[in-house]
Design a protein around this ligand. Structure first.
Ligand SMILES: [Zn+2]
Ligand SMILES: [Zn+2]
Length: 316
């Protein structure tokens, strides 16, 4: 999908941040909510998974759902999307008219259509649904500020992660190095990486001398739910922030493999092998009452590991 509108003008440092709304797994507890995350990029909100009650998490975090533009659903286990129909319905009640873009597994549209049909609801905004194929990594979205790709995972049902990558920015102009009387047209050309030549084709200003590269594009990868899959490593190579599920500790590694989930040590191994910047772990099984052991286990393999903590925002 190529995004039609390009209303963004890019300042030097745009917000690119992740807020954890739910870090629990399927069994409900009062300690953790089910999976949901909010990615802020520029002026847009991107919701990643939408476990039960996500709309209440948005209210708690004072996040205005009107700015929500894209929703990515990993798979159709209820703890990852049972909050979606209520959220879409509330957006409608709030009078939304702007288009909303939804990406997720085949069948998600059927579920929503049925719910809206039997409740005789009609959305006042356009909901664009794109099926995400589970087998091959695919390019999904060309946004003015970022591109999004799918990451096939291995779970009990079709499941995909998502890779959000900022687009490279233009070089910064080093104005102080240039004489004051340089024509404005030259500045634009230099910023575009073009050298300035005089009428005889002689070099006046080399772009490389008067610009420096813009900030390196940032990236975030979301991987939940999945068993330990080494095929993920090349796709995750060098991402700045990786979220990888860690439902179990290593003493339950056999159980984890049987139910297509991962341990904290396995998540950390993926992070280490992919050379990511930081690792966030979550989707903790309700059988564990303490989360510190997850951190200890993962940090032994990959020191830059952090717990996904509900309500916390990480700048990427
Ligand atoms: Zn789950
Ligand atoms: Zn699942």
């Amino acid at each position: 999908m190529t995004h039609p509108e390009s209303e963004h003008h890019r300042p030097t440092h745009l917000p690119f941040a992740l807020t954890i709304l739910g870090a629990g797994s399927a069994t409900p507890t009062l300690r953790l909510h089910q999976t949901a995350q909010l990615l802020t990029i520029g002026n847009d909100y991107v919701l990643i998974d939408c476990g039960e009650g996500t709309q209440f998490r948005l209210i708690e975090q004072r996040i205005r759902p009107g700015r929500l533009r894209y929703i990515f659903i990993s798979h159709l286990h209820g703890d990852h999307y049972f909050g979606l129909a209520p959220l879409l319905s509330s957006l409608n009640m709030a009078g939304r008219t702007e288009d909303l873009y939804l990406f997720g597994p085949r069948g998600l549209d059927e579920v929503l259509t049925t719910i809206f049909r039997v409740s005789d609801s009609r959305l006042g905004y356009k909901l664009h649904f794109q099926v995400v194929e589970p087998d091959q990594p695919a390019f999904l979205l060309d946004h003015p500020l970022m591109s999004v790709r799918s990451i096939p995972l291995q779970h009990r049902i079709d499941c995909t992660g998502y890779l959000f990558r900022e687009k490279p920015t233009k070089p910064h102009l080093l104005r102080e190095k240039l004489p004051d009387d340089v024509p404005i047209a030259y500045l634009k050309q230099l910023k575009d990486g073009q050298d300035i030549l005089d009428a005889d084709g002689q070099l006046l200003y080399a772009a490389a001398d008067y610009t420096e590269p813009g900030p390196a594009p940032r990236s975030y990868a979301f991987c939940s739910d999945t068993r330990y899959v080494e095929e993920l490593i090349p796709q995750l190579q060098g991402v700045d922030l990786l979220y990888h599920e860690a439902t179990f500790l290593q003493d339950n590694a056999i159980r984890a493999a049987e139910v297509y989930h991962s341990t904290a040590e396995q998540a950390a191994t993926i992070a280490a092998k992919a050379g990511v910047g930081r690792l966030l772990i979550g989707h903790f099984s309700s059988r564990y009452k303490q989360f510190e052991p997850f951190l200890d286990e993962a940090r032994a393999v990959f020191p830059e590991t952090y717990l996904a903590i509900e309500g916390q925002t990480t700048d990427i």
